[in-house]
Design a binder for this molecule. Structure first.
Ligand code: GNR
Ligand code: NI
Length: 170
């Protein structure tokens, strides 16, 4: 297992589209293990492969609160096959947009089809926080960050602050 550095915006990798996984093999299972370790360490409740520089359609999530009862969900090639008409607003954050939080409106519930770590087809109905997080993670696979759901004024303000923070850290 390995802890991997998380890319932060603005980084062109985070704007790129990820490729479908052709086969769920030991290489993918090792990637999932590294992603979960990196997510728990951050700490975060979700992580998408492009955030660690891997442009493949792989995401991990764990919305459990307590460290004792970990309940990780790994998804390979996830697809939204249904979304509710009803929306939900959630204050989102992102490990790739550190220290910025904003309300984002998304469908309140979704049905997601994906492959699990053994390559088996699965489908889940997600609502509440999990619906928000799975949509946030799937956006990463298409090069979309939560700030892309905000007005360009808000987005550019956040991007400018991230660039300045990076320069100040040099
Ligand atoms: O840790 C995270 N918290 C979070 C809170 C509200 C909505 C989405 C998220 S996902 C985020 C981790 C992350 O950046 N995943 O890509
Ligand atoms: Ni994110």
């Amino acid at each position: 297992m390995a802890l991997l550095p998380i890319l932060t915006a603005p980084d062109p990798v985070l704007k790129s589209k990820s490729k479908p996984v052709a086969a769920v093999d030991d290489r993918i299972r090792a990637l999932l293990a590294d992603m979960l370790e990196t997510m728990y360490h951050a700490p975060g409740i979700g992580l998408a492969a492009p955030q660690i520089g891997v442009l493949e359609r792989v995401i991990v999530m764990d919305i459990g609160r307590k460290e004792e009862d970990r309940d990780p969900i790994s998804m390979i090639n996830p697809e939204i096959v249904w979304a509710s008409d009803e929306d939900n607003t959630y204050e989102e954050g992102c490990l790739s947009v550190p220290e910025h939080y904003s309300n984002v409106v998304r469908p309140a519930a979704v049905k997601v089809r994906y492959l699990d770590e053994s390559g088996a087809r699965q489908e889940i109905h997600a609502d509440g926080l999990l619906a928000t997080v799975v949509q946030h993670e799937m956006d990463h696979l298409d090069g979309i960050l939560f700030i892309d759901h905000l007005s360009s004024l808000k987005r550019n303000m956040i991007l400018r602050k991230l660039l300045k923070a990076r320069k100040d850290a040099e």
